[in-house]
Design a protein around this ligand. Structure first.
Ligand SMILES: Nc1ncnc2c1ncn2[C@@H]1O[C@H](COP(=O)(O)OP(=O)(O)OP(=O)(O)O)[C@@H](O)[C@H]1O
Ligand SMILES: [Mg+2]
Length: 250
């Protein structure tokens, strides 16, 4: 039965999707893994070689129109599948109280087919993100060591606590992951100190692996339409993602 992880933060551009697809792709080298995109920007699909695929149904069709989630699955490699979001996810709104459980119900129907499921979310604590929190066992929160980063961490943790205190008491924060980190920057170093203090105070693990700010990191997915960890290049970055994956699964 799959363990379900979501990558969540209401802050944009802090490597939610990059972490989600790289960690999933790394795990899929050995274990059956599914990536579910809940963000209408549809960045998960473009992170894989899907250009020539005819996408029939998306997660939006499943959640809004009752299409079976199995119809939305795209196979990428032997042990890796993805589910595309669909543009409608951007404006997907709550219909009634029960529908917050719809993603969980859909995932439950395919959980037995995977060992790991990773959910990517939009830069918003929107209804789709709420559904992801309800459907998850654990949450990974990326943190960019810059202004406003701390505020979104606190808002994200609050949203997770609310779901934990209501519909999903077993929900856990796996870790906070520092992204786009430049060890030469004083600003980044200071914000790193702050997040260390906050994570210790809240009892949340701060992953010791940090994702460095690099141009190669920014380009690899777009150059090759494949996550860095599946590329033949970028060895240093691949090692970093592999270490991070080990930490998160431990
Ligand atoms: N190591 C890195 N250093 C700097 N930039 C990177 C690195 N890895 C990826 N990027 C770039 O950073 C940008 C944001 O990454 P990504 O899309 O994963 O963030 P996100 O949090 O999912 O964004 P959104 O909130 O819009 O969904 C992308 O253009 C990506 O290519
Ligand atoms: Mg994204």
């Amino acid at each position: 039965m799959a363990k379900v992880y979501s990558v969540v933060s209401n802050k944009g551009g802090i490597l939610k999707t990059t972490l989600c697809v790289n960690i999933s792709a790394e795990i899929s080298k050995k274990k059956r893994t599914l990536v579910i995109d809940t963000d209408g920007q549809s960045n998960v699909v473009v992170s894989f070689p899907t250009r020539n695929l005819d996408i029939k149904y998306t997660l939006f069709d499943c959640l809004a129109n009752g299409i079976d989630i199995k119809e939305t699955i795209i196979n990428i490699s032997e042990k890796l599948d993805i589910i595309p979001a669909g543009k409608g996810m951007n404006s997907f709104m709550k219909k009634d109280d029960r529908s917050a459980l719809d993603l969980k119900a859909a995932i439950d129907s395919i959980k037995a087919n995977y060992e790991y499921i990773f959910i990517d979310t939009a830069p918003s604590l929107n209804f789709a993100a709420l559904q992801a929190l309800v459907a998850s066992d654990q949450i990974v929160i990326p943190y960019q060591a810059e202004g406003y980063g701390m505020l979104s961490i606190l808002n994200t943790i609050k949203a997770i606590q609310e779901v934990k205190n209501s519909v999903n008491p077993a929900l856990k924060i796996n870790s906070i992951v520092v992204t786009k980190y430049d060890a030469r920057s004083k600003v980044h170093k200071n914000f790193l100190k702050d997040i260390r203090t906050v994570s210790e105070r809240l009892g949340i693990r701060l992953a010791s692996t940090k994702i460095p700010q690099t141009f190669t990191g920014a380009n690899s997915i777009f150059e090759e339409q494949t996550p860095t960890v599946l590329s033949k290049k970028w060895n240093k970055l691949k090692g970093i993602y592999s270490n991070l994956t080990r930490e998160i699964l431990n």
